[in-house]
Design a protein around this ligand. Structure first.
Ligand SMILES: Cc1cc2nc3c(=O)[nH]c(=O)nc-3n(C[C@H](O)[C@H](O)[C@H](O)COP(=O)(O)OP(=O)(O)OC[C@H]3O[C@@H](n4cnc5c(N)ncnc54)[C@H](O)[C@@H]3O)c2cc1C
Length: 420
């Protein structure tokens, strides 16, 4: 009786040579440039411009690198880069990749010519660096993006959009050359009545509000962005007016067809589109931090002697390290799977992107906490890097969707129910 299947080739978990080369290249930069600068910029709580300049010089901070990795058919280029860079340091890592969130937003919602016009301006070039910010969150609209109040109104006479409102928690906000702003164009449609806009460098009416003093990732700049009658050309609406009008008409028809049509379903909401593409990449950042803390704790546990033997010879310590390594590898596999699925255009039937970010974020917090414990008193001091890593890890269950929101997305996706 012949078996009802053909002999299958084994899937490979090995990276190809291109990815190994990429990994080694970013790792070397992390070792040579990022690590030595980490403590200094964390203490200063300032944007690390000289480090960004070094990243630009080797092409790591460049539009070419962003484009090449975005078109990687396996989807693994970005997670590999993120993990290595954030293994170096998360605050500096975020300063280097913060721009890519805005660039990904333009890539997700802009026309081809808008991508060609704006994305290169977000990076600049060595000696003339530019950075960008993606501004969605507001004081009263964090997890609940549908509560957004920043308003964009169209001035037909001048073919301009006028933006008013306050954005908060924006990475690179106020110091960026280009800001991508999400705003309400039709308040009645709630999350479906929003659109994204590019605010070019030097536009009047955009200013930085409060700069936040943070618990971790302190080399990354986080601030409010205030929009006060900020006028931008009609061409700065991402996707164009025609497409927006079509989308709004569809949303109005949906709303009219169903009285509950403007609630939680946010598939066409622009911030959501961006987050879908970026979640596995953010998960990879968390994996990098966790791996850095694990690496440090492993070596420390082999060296540190108490009761006449290295502390790793106690099962309590060795098993903790075994669990740390296991969760890091599990997190990486979830991240790579989600990134691969996104690159293949596969449907996330179980919210695998959210899953990867959820698990990697929680892992980073657990593993960095365990690493501090393994270092004992030294783990609690700023003399040792795991203290900084533990502070940095804390953001990974908060930004780009809190862990609770990731669970909500996963639960709704697997159940098809309106879980609240
Ligand atoms: C350092 C940093 C950088 C950031 N960078 C950016 C950026 O570049 N651009 C940008 O737009 N935003 C950015 N953010 C904002 C970030 O995405 C938000 O902080 C995040 O989405 C959570 O929103 P919130 O802070 O208003 O918390 P809230 O939404 O007020 O949530 C508070 C708590 O309530 C929980 N909660 C809320 N709703 C529910 C629910 N339905 N079910 C269960 N629990 C719930 C949350 O999980 C959380 O624990 C950044 C934030 C920080 C701290």
């Amino acid at each position: 009786m012949p078996l009802p299947f053909a002999i299958m080739t084994t899937p490979s978990f090995d990276l190809g040579q291109d990815h190994l080369d990429l990994q080694q290249w970013v790792r070397q930069f992390a070792v040579d440039v990022v690590r030595p600068a980490a403590a200094e910029w964390d203490e200063k709580e300032e944007f690390p411009w000289p480090v960004l300049e070094e990243a630009a010089k080797i092409g790591l901070y460049s539009v070419d690198f962003f484009a090449t990795q975005s078109f990687d058919e396996t989807g693994l280029g970005i997670p590999i880069t993120m993990e290595e860079l954030f293994w170096g340091d998360a605050g500096i890592g975020l300063a280097i990749v913060g721009t890519t969130l805005a660039a990904a937003s333009v890539a997700a919602t802009g026309t081809e010519s808008q991508v060609g016009e704006w994305v290169p301006q977000m990076f600049g070039s060595p000696g003339d660096l530019k950075i960008a910010a993606f501004c969605s969150s507001e004081p009263d609209a964090g997890s609940d993006v549908g509560a957004m109040r920043t308003r964009a109104t169209y001035d037909e006479a001048s073919d301009e959009w006028v933006l008013n409102g306050t954005k908060t928690w924006a990475t690179n906000g106020g110091i960026a050359d280009i800001h991508v702003i999400t705003a309400v164009v039709d308040p009645e449609l709630k999350a479906r009545g929003q659109a994204s806009f590019v605010i070019p460098s030097g536009t009047r009416g955009l200013s930085q509000g409060q700069k936040f003093a943070k618990h971790g990732i302190r080399a990354s700049h986080t601030a409010e962005v205030v929009l006060d009658d900020c006028r931008i050309p009609g061409s700065c609406l991402l996707g164009g007016k025609e497409k927006l009008d079509e989308r709004l008409a569809k949303a109005r028809a949906l709303r009219d067809a169903s009285s509950s049509g403007t609630g939680g379903g946010t598939r066409s909401q622009p911030s959501m589109a961006t987050f879908e593409r970026t979640r596995p990449a953010v998960g990879a950042q968390a994996v990098g931090i966790a791996r850095a803390a694990y690496d440090y704790a492993l070596e420390y546990a082999k060296d540190r002697v108490q009761f006449g033997r290295p502390i790793i010879e106690n099962q309590a310590i060795a098993f903790t390290l075994a669990d740390m390594k296991t969760s890091i590898d599990a997190a990486r596999l979830l991240v790579w799977r989600a990134a691969w699925m996104a690159s293949q255009g596969k449907k996330f039937e179980a919210a695998e992107g959210s899953m990867s970010k959820l698990f990697a974020g929680e892992t980073a917090i657990k593993v960095t906490g365990d690493a501090m414990q393994i270092l004992g008193g030294n783990g609690f001091t700023r003399e040792y890097p795991v203290e900084r890593m533990a502070r940095d890890a804390r953001i990974y269950t908060i930004f780009e969707g809190t862990s609770e929101i990731q669970r909500l997305v996963i639960a709704r996706t697997i159940s098809g129910m309106q879980i609240r």
